[in-house]
Write a protein that binds this ligand. Structure first.
Ligand code: F6P
Length: 341
């Protein structure tokens, strides 16, 4: 049985590995092998043997003992065949791929070519379809909320606007939930192009009411209404994603120049992905790991384990990778927005 972790790391990956190994070894008598750095290890046959002893103490540990990368076999000449050959050469009957949209997109294509593969949804961004939540998201929201709480006190002392940038390329789940939890005055997400003039108007309103210390939470993928602000473009990775980061600086300049309010920026970046998973993520990751090894033994190739209405279910990988799961408009407009300004 092969195992890999691909894409950006996220708290809870080791908990999935531990659960797969525990149930695979004790219940099914499986022999497990981990591929290093996602699809790169499969293509280059770089492996690590996995057993219960190797997994001791892993549950609270962030990151992934297997390493990860954004290698895309479909961007390499002969890559898919190299991956299938690598798996065969290692004697792998089935593969469990733990990843987000990109890693599972590759898994779906290889499943169509005959590979026995089951997916486990992972991303701090929580933007995978087919599952209500991915592990890692709860931890990222907690880290961002803790940061917002800390920034609140210093913002109040200095009567400043604090702009906090959180991760979220295509979906603003972290920004929305951490913003609600942290009492943000504004939340900017990729799904809703923002109007800097309207934001400044509301911040002035707060100021007029005598308290303008304001927390503005910005998802890294947030963008202004077309034509209202200039943005820089970044480089692309193997899956064609732009390297983001820095929108908070543009927003802060926009606010300070229009309102005159002293404004500071904090970009949380990879702090949100590091360190120990929350109890929620440890439990979810463990449930996913056990369901994944069960799915393999049930012959559920081309499927992904998922959380729906509190239960672990299986959905086709094609459902998960077809379309990103964006923020529920009811949560953004019906809840978060009530507290804007
Ligand atoms: O894994 C998702 C994510 O954390 C995004 O939120 C972010 O844009 C990206 O990864 C950052 O990737 P990297 O670690 O490669 O800079």
């Amino acid at each position: 049985m092969g195992l890999l972790t691909g894409g950006g790391d996220c708290p809870g990956l080791n908990a999935v590995i531990r659960a797969v190994v525990r149930k695979g070894e004790t219940f099914y008598g499986d022999q497990l092998v981990g591929f290093l750095d996602g699809w790169r290890g499969v293509m280059e046959r770089e492996t690590m043997s996995l057993d219960i002893e190797r997994c001791r103490g892993l549950l609270p540990k962030g990151g992934t003992i297997l390493g990860t990368s954004r290698t895309n076999p479909y961007k390499v000449e002969g890559g898919p065949q190299q991956a299938l050959d690598g798996l065969r050469a290692e004697g792998v009957d089935a593969l469990i791929a733990i990843g987000g949209d990109d890693t599972l997109g590759v898994a779906a294509k290889l499943a169509a070519e005959g590979l026995m593969v089951v997916g486990v949804p992972k991303t701090i961004d929580n933007d995978l379809s087919g599952t209500e939540v991915t592990f890692g998201f709860d931890t990222a929201v907690q880290i961002a909320t803790d940061a917002i709480d800390r920034l609140h006190t210093t913002a109040e002392s200095h009567d400043r606007v604090m702009v906090v940038e959180v991760m979220g390329r295509h979906a603003g789940w972290i920004a929305t939930e951490a913003g609600i939890a942290g009492g943000a005055a504004e939340i900017l997400i990729p799904e809703e192009p923002f109007d800097i003039e309207a934001i400044c108007e509301r911040l002035r309103g707060r100021h007029d009411r005598g308290r303008y210390a304001s927390l503005v939470v910005v998802a890294e993928g947030a963008a202004p209404v077309a034509g209202t602000m200039e943005l820089q473009s970044g480089e692309l990775d193997a899956f064609g994603h732009v390297r983001l980061g820095g929108i908070a600086n543009r927003v802060a300049q926009g606010i300070e120049s229009r309102t005159g309010f002293e404004t500071r920026v904090t970009i949380l970046g990879h702090i949100q992905r590091g360190g120990t998973p929350t109890a929620f993520d440890r439990v979810l990751a463990t449930r996913f790991g056990i369901a994944a090894i069960d799915a393999v033994h049930a012959g559920a190739s081309g499927e992904m384990v998922a959380l729906q209405a509190g239960q672990i279910v299986r959905v086709p990988l094609s459902v998960a990778v077809g379309k990103s799961k964006t923020v529920d408009p009811g949560l953004y407009h019906g809840v978060a927005e009530v507290f804007f300004g």
